[in-house]
Ligand binder design. Structure first.
Ligand code: ADP
Ligand code: ZN
Length: 602
């Protein structure tokens, strides 16, 4: 704890430099820290990787007493604490993985007033025994991480977050701050209300993640498409999201056979194995995690280079949250997704059959529609994404698929009329596959069985391939000209809008399906000369050794960007080393010499 007459801002800058090794605050970090130091409540909304942790870590160190960090992620607490210890910060966690004696000694540490940060799960904090002990201590602040878990509108609702409002009474004079990366305004208001924050200051950072490249493709052969995408990510760590446990297992197995270090992760696996896979993802390099949405919250691995979706997520918020796990270090990263009509039908079914009440279902449906509309967008994808979060962007981004290769649209009025007529003639009872067979004049069993080869629409759509028709049907569904009845396996029906189109009252432009959407330009993060490459490898190998010895993930020792700066700057003394971003006093003391030596001998 630092106490003297300098302003809290100056003191926080000092901590930023000497402890964390950073030169300047990012975004609204400094303002949040000031508000908390002034004893105010706050709601902090920053994108993933925006630097939320410093917003409570630094005030916890500045203010008298311990900062309590409420987090739902027991499995990650140990790593978070290790990372702080590595920076020379007095931090600890309290959860069921500790023995009774260990828990007692943590409590004693809190009572001594020496501890700066205590990580704890909500249910544990709210136990009467814990609360009463902590109430006797000096508490600097209470930070509620992943605060959207309190809102039933969000997608990660947790029952045990609901009781956190009691903290207001239990610690009436302690500033509380809620932190989240969830964008939805409804969720924001809910957080503040349900946590009973007292006149909180709102800190809303922009949502843009400029280093993430967004890319969406029509699903044809998902696995083949994934392999092609992974070719650009040799040696990278990434996450592949799938909807079901079964497809997680199958995809992980498939990638494994293709020579990738791919591990499955889903809620149906036993806890031990799941945790082991998470550990491997964090500690080893180039691991691909194939997972359901059960994976990812709180994962603060900075060098995840891609997030791939083999199935559509449920909403644009979920998509944003999941893709946000890529590129926390600010280096270029990819968000890649494939989707098809099947996904649309499946998700519509999930929404319709969920246990939620009607008003929730309506909202979920509209969230899904927003995502679908976004998938088919023909203008800058990032602009549209931010617009959905209420943010305006002046110019196109130049770093998304639609910017790099603007989709071609074509007058699809006639094709759409053919499609709708054929849906009508076949009785509005069949899915796209069958209707396309009829359109293309395919004499398959099912076509003959229903005498659909006798229809006037039989064979009127031979000019388009199967893939082209699928694209047309998908877009017609997404744009509301057809309804895919999920309760009848995606059977297509006409809608009120279809009639206008059939009557020729409007002209329709659809996007043309490209078989090979534009991949991002070669990733030029940095260029290294050959000898620099060798030096980088040497530094990485030293980092790996240190990490293994201390059983911490390599990125806790130093980020890639820090190593890179060392290669470029080549510091030769402790003083010069301290100038490197990410090198503070504690790390200098622990690792400085080893790294200086490697730099000198390579
Ligand atoms: P999140 O908002 O997702 O919780 P973190 O707090 O984990 O983000 O920060 C993301 C990364 O950015 C971390 O590696 C952190 O060390 C780094 N970082 C945070 N603030 C700064 C800063 N002011 N300057 C440089 N790097 C920073
Ligand atoms: Zn763009």
């Amino acid at each position: 704890m630092i106490k003297n007459n300098t302003s809290s801002l100056e003191q926080s800058r000092q901590i930023l430099k000497t402890v964390f090794g950073y030169d300047a605050f990012r975004g609204q970090q400094a303002d949040v820290i000031s508000a908390i130091c002034d004893g105010k409540d706050a709601l902090v909304l920053m994108p993933t990787g925006g630097g939320k942790s410093l917003c409570y870590q630094i005030p916890s160190m500045l203010r008298a007493g311990v900062g309590i960090i409420v987090s739902p992620l027991i499995a990650l607490m140990r790593d978070q604490v290790r990372a702080l210890e590595d920076l020379g910060v007095q931090a600890a966690y309290l959860n069921s993985t500790l023995s009774a004696t260990e828990q007692q000694s943590v409590m004693n540490w809190v009572k001594s007033g020496e501890l700066d940060l205590l990580y704890i799960a909500p249910e544990r904090l709210l136990q009467a025994a814990t609360l009463s002990q902590l109430q006797l201590c000096n508490v600097a602040l209470i930070a509620i991480d992943e605060a959207h878990c309190v809102s039933s509108w969000g997608h990660d609702f947790r029952q045990d977050y609901l009781d956190l409002y009691r903290l207001k009474e239990a610690f009436p004079n302690t500033p509380r701050l809620a932190l989240t990366a969830t964008a939805d305004p409804r969720t924001q208001a809910d957080i503040s209300q349900r946590l009973a924050l007292t006149q909180p200051e709102f800190f809303l950072d922009g949502f843009d993640r400029p280093n993430i490249y967004y890319m969406v493709q029509a699903k044809s052969d998902a696995r083949k498409q994934l392999l092609a995408f992974l070719l650009e990510h040799k040696g990278d760590a990434g996450i592949v999201y799938c909807l079901s446990r079964k497809s997680v297992e199958a995809t992980a197995e498939f990638l494994h056979l293709q020579g990738y270090k791919a591990l499955p992760y889903h809620a149906g696996m036993n806890t031990h194995l799941r945790n082991q896979h998470q550990e491997q993802f964090l500690r080893e390099e180039a691991v691909i995690m194939v997972a359901t949405i059960a994976f990812g919250m709180g994962i603060d691995k900075p060098d995840v280079r891609f997030v791939a979706h083999l199935d559509l997520p449920k909403s644009i918020e979920a998509y944003y949250q999941e893709t946000g796990r890529a590129g926390r270090d600010g280096q270029p990263a990819d968000a890649w997704m494939v989707y098809g009509l099947q996904d649309v039908v499946r998700l519509s079914k999930m929404v319709a059959e969920s246990n939620a009440d009607e008003s929730h279902k309506v909202i979920e449906r509209s969230k899904l529609d927003a995502l679908l509309g976004w998938c088919e967008v023909t203008t800058c994808r990032r602009r549209q994404l931010l617009r959905l979060f209420g943010e305006h962007m002046e110019n196109d981004c130049g770093n998304c698929d639609t910017c790099l290769k603007p989709p071609i649209t074509w007058d699809s009025t006639e094709a759409a009329q053919k499609a709708l007529s054929c849906v009508y003639r076949t009785g509005q009872r069949f899915g796209a596959g069958h209707v396309i067979d009829v359109l293309r004049g395919q004499t398959r069993d099912k076509v003959l069985q229903f005498n659909h080869d006798k229809l006037t629409t039989f064979g009127i759509g031979k000019e388009f391939s199967d893939i082209a028709w699928r694209s047309i049907f998908r877009q017609l569904v997404v744009r509301g000209f057809l309804y895919a009845d999920h309760s009848r396996y995606g059977a297509l029906r006409l809608t009120p809008a279809s009639r206008e189109l059939l009557r020729g009252e409007l002209q329709l432009f659809l996007r043309e399906e490209t078989s090979k959407p534009k991949a991002r330009k070669a990733r030029v993060t940095y260029t290294l000369e050959l000898e620099e490459e060798t030096l980088m490898d040497a530094l990485k190998s030293l980092r790996k050794d240190i990490a293994t010895q201390n059983s911490i993930p390599p990125y806790v020792v130093f980020h890639d960007a820090t190593l890179l700066e060392m290669v470029k700057v080549r510091p030769t003394s402790a003083q010069e080393m301290l100038q490197i971003t990410g090198v503070g006093q504690s790390k200098l003391q622990k690792y400085g010499e080893a790294f200086l030596q490697t730099l000198a001998t390579n």
